[in-house]
Design a protein around this ligand. Structure first.
Ligand SMILES: NC(=O)c1ccc[n+]([C@@H]2O[C@H](COP(=O)([O-])OP(=O)(O)OC[C@H]3O[C@@H](n4cnc5c(N)ncnc54)[C@H](OP(=O)(O)O)[C@@H]3O)[C@@H](O)[C@H]2O)c1
Length: 199
């Protein structure tokens, strides 16, 4: 398969690629890193990327930053910035990308555990995760030409434990191997409209 991975050089992106069988052609994308550069928050940049790379069998997004901060000081702008980045970035890739995906291809987005297992300062991240889960469940029933769409919803990855030290009390971090298998299930398997949880 020809697979575009936006966010390929990140923690989750590397786990996703690591879970795939050998032999795929992987096109890595990021704002600064990868084979092709894109800012998924910018519709023109997303369209230019798709025009440049040509048709693919699968689009995977493991990018996006939500806002982390306490609810009592969070501003509407901070909340909206998180939604624009993580939610609209991934939605842009789907809405502008499906004509560039081959029949029977797939989209796999990355949400996260916080919509079902909250932490302090995680309200924006939780809202982004929940929005993405709802989007794939609904979009799946009307994707054209047999194109599938799923979300992988991982817990904190072991590789990110240090970065988020103290933010996830009591959470049992998940291995990149298990996260990679969830991406493989979506990309190489046959399911659609699913939120694949890795807790
Ligand atoms: N890490 C975890 O434990 C964990 C757990 C559950 C869910 N998640 C979710 O998984 C996603 C990725 O997390 P991560 O920890 O892997 O992040 P990360 O290590 O910071 O990697 C993010 C990647 O996305 C690219 N990127 C960022 N913004 C972009 C944009 N606007 N357009 C295109 N590419 C962009 C970055 O490349 P450039 O720097 O080149 O742009 C980088 O390759 C996030 O949505 C996060 O909420 C992460």
């Amino acid at each position: 398969m020809r697979i575009l991975v936006v966010g390929a050089e990140g923690t989750v992106g590397q786990a996703a690629i690591g879970g795939l069988r050998a032999g795929h052609e992987i096109i890595k994308a990021g704002r600064k890193s990868g084979d092709v550069t894109v800012d998924m928050m910018d519709a023109a940049s997303v369209s230019a990327m798709y025009a440049k790379i040509g048709k693919v069998d699968a689009v995977v997004c493991t990018a996006g930053h939500s806002y982390f901060g306490p609810i009592d000081t969070m501003t509407p702008t901070q909340f909206l910035d998180g939604m624009k980045d993580k939610v609209m970035g991934m939605v842009n890739l789907v809405l502008l990308g499906h004509p560039h995906v081959n029949d029977g291809g797939s989209f796999t987005l990355t949400s996260g555990i916080l919509s079902r297992d909250p932490i302090r300062q995680g309200a924006n991240a939780a809202a982004c995760d929940g929005a993405l889960d709802a989007f794939v469940i609904s979009a799946a029933i009307e994707m054209p030409r047999g194109i599938r769409i799923n979300a992988v919803s991982p817990g904190l990855l072991q590789e990110a434990e240090q970065k988020y030290d103290g933010f996830f009390p009591g959470h049992d971090a998940v291995s990149s191997r298990r996260v990679g298998l969830a991406f493989a299930k979506s990309i190489e398997g046959a399911i659609t409209g699913q939120v694949i949880k890795v807790d």
